[in-house]
Structures are given as C-alpha cells and as structure tokens.
Design a protein around this ligand. Structure first.
Ligand code: ZN
Length: 242
C-alpha cells in the first residue's frame, strides 16, 4: 500500500519517494509515497512531475487508485523510470490549489443550502475554479439562487475553519447530518470514515482536498441553475480572486 500524504496534509506539494513498480501497459508508476490526489468524489486527479535524484524528470498526466495503491500515469513518449529510482514527486500546485478552493466552495454551498432549505446533495463535479452540485430541491428559483450566492459569500467572509478528521465507523454513523451525504452507501468493510467539517456550517464524509479556512476560497459566483426534473436541481458556480 502506498502512503498518500494529501489526505492528512492537503498543502503538501511534494515528497521524496521510491519507484516500487512500473506498469508498461498502463504507462504508469507506483511510488511508495505520494502527494498526488488520485481523483474521486467529483475532484479530478492531480497532474505534476517526478524529478530523479540522479537526474531525469517525468511528466505525470494523472493519477489513479488501484486497490490501496496510487498509480501515476507518465506522459506518452517518455520512457518510464526504473524500479528503485529515487525521485521527488511534485504536483502542479497552482491547479491543485484552485481545485481545493473550488471543492471547499462546493462544501459551503452544500452547507448553506442544507442549513437554509434542508435540501440534500445528490452529486457534484468540478474543474479548477468552476463546479456544479445537484440537489433534491423542489422549491429552487432564481430569487433563491441569488440569495444563496449572497449567503455563501458571507460564509467565505466569516473565514470559518475547515477541519479534517478520521472517525471510527460507529462514531461517524452516529452523526445524523452525515447521513445526508449518503454515508450509508459506504461499503460494509470500511472501519474508518474521513470527515470534512466547516466548523459551524457543514459536516460531510469526504475523500477530497480542501483549503484550511473558507476565506481562502475567494469570491463565489453562481453562474447558472437548471432543473433536472421536478425535484432535482443543479447549481453551477465559479470561484475568482476578487
Ligand atoms: Zn470535499
């Protein structure tokens, strides 16, 4: 199993690592340790590079989980490093930080919509600085969406702490609000649940990377909303620096 630092420290941009296996068919390498987020929960995988201690560098175009291992896809046309090569693995930090801001903005949106309207999330997706969330939200309207945008930015301005915890399964399942993020769909064998808490606003079971305080998100703008049926509604957002 490869150790992944990103779950405990989303701000880790790089780590020393050894190449422990290579897969010529997938053109990918397995490291003993990594900072690359392998994708999931609507957040795309990181890209970046590996720099060899003894020279050489490799472009990492993406990462993917296989079992508990994270495989790093190397750009086509670049020769794979040999097993036991010592490298520094580093992510494209600018892109990742934008994803962390966007991911955190979606949590704020989720928290505001639940707090003010008791509408639960059914799914979401993001790219750096833009994202969407789907809700079971029958009463959503243009007026409401404008108000939601304002409330979201109030929570950004409040600079709330965003806290990561690992809870035993039983403890996590005892938190009523966590049920709305479909925690009950987690596989039977899971013994620990990672939670992301925007202190005072939102608590979810989650595997992604987030900023440490909501103030780091920046300005959130609702760029659109649409009906995906009578009950299911989609809200689109963009995140900017001003
Ligand atoms: Zn999240």
């Amino acid at each position: 199993m490869s150790e992944n630092i990103c779950y405990a420290d989303a701000y880790a941009r790089q780590t020393d690592a050894d190449v422990v296996d290579v897969d010529a068919d997938a053109h990918a390498v397995l490291l003993d340790r990594t900072v690359f987020y392998p994708g999931g929960g609507g957040q795309p995988a990181d890209s970046g590079r590996l720099v060899g201690d003894a020279g050489g560098s490799w472009t990492v175009t993406g990462a993917r989980k296989r079992g508990e291992d994270v495989w790093h896809a190397v750009a086509e046309g670049e020769e794979l490093p040999a097993v036991n090569t010592q490298v520094t693995a580093e992510i494209d930090w600018e892109r990742r930080h934008r994803l962390m801001r966007t991911h955190s903005a979606l949590h704020v949106l989720c928290g505001v919509v639940w707090r003010d309207h008791r509408a639960s999330v059914t799914g979401g997706n993001m790219q750096p600085l833009s994202g969407r969330m789907d809700f079971e939200f029958e009463t959503m309207s243009g007026d409401l969406v404008a108000e939601i945008e304002q409330r979201v930015n109030e929570e950004v301005a409040a600079d709330r702490e965003i806290r990561v915890s690992i809870l035993p399964r039983e403890e996590a399942f005892a938190i009523p609000d966590l049920l709305r993020t479909k925690i009950n769909l987690l596989p039977e064998g899971i013994t620990e649940v990672r939670t992301i808490e925007i202190v005072g606003l939102d608590l979810q079971a989650d595997g992604g990377t987030h900023v440490a305080h909501t103030g780091e998100i920046g300005r959130v703008k609702v760029t659109g909303y649409e009906s995906k049926g009578r009950i299911n509604k989609r809200i689109r957002i963009e995140v900017s620096d001003d």
